[in-house]
Design a binder for this molecule. Sequence first.
Ligand code: SF4
Ligand code: SF4
Length: 183
Amino acid sequence: MSFLKVLAVAAKRGRATIRYPLEPPLVTPFFRGKISVDPSKCIGCGACARICPPRAIELVREDNRFVLRYFIGRCIFCGMCADTCPQQAIEVSHEFELATPRLEDLYEEVIHRPATCSVCGEPYLPRKLVEKAIESSGMEVARERLEMCPQCRRISTAQVIASSRLRFGSDLLEAGEVEERRS
Ligand code: SF4
Ligand code: SF4
C-alpha cells in the first residue's frame, strides 16, 4: 500500500490512540495495577508470599515483630495474591503510574504483633494468625497447644505420648500381676 493510501485510510478511520499523558489513560475494568493490602483484614498467614511468582511479597520476622513487605519493583501485577488471600485483604488497584526516584517509595509494609510461646516466651507467629487458628478450631483445648511455638509443642506432645505409654505399661504390669495371683 502506498504512503498516500495509508494516509487516506488513517484519515477515514480517525485516530486510534489516545494522547496520554495529555489526557487520562485508557484503563479497562479488568486492568491490574499495583496491589494494596488492608492491614485491618490481614492476619499475617503468608499465603500471598508463598504464591507470589516473583517473590514481590515476603513475610519476615524482624526483632519482635512480623512484617508483610510488598516490593512494587518486583510485582508483575498478576493478581494471584489477591485470589489466594483467605481474608480478602488484598485489592488489585488500577494504579500503574509508579515511577519514583526514591527506592523506599516502592515498599509497603503491614506490621504484625507477635504471639509469644507460652512455654519459652519466644515470638513464633503473628498474633492475629494464632487467634484466627484458635477461633477456627472452635475448641478451647486447642488454645493451649496453639499458644506454644512449634519446638515446645513437639516437646510437649512427646511428653504426653511418653507418659501415656508409661501409664499403659504399668496398667499391663498390674493386669499381669492380678492374673498371676488368680492362677
Ligand atoms: S494472604 Fe492475606 S491475610 Fe495472609 S498475609 Fe497475605 S494479605 Fe495477609
Ligand atoms: S500481583 Fe502477582 S506479582 Fe504482584 S505481589 Fe501479587 S502475586 Fe506477587
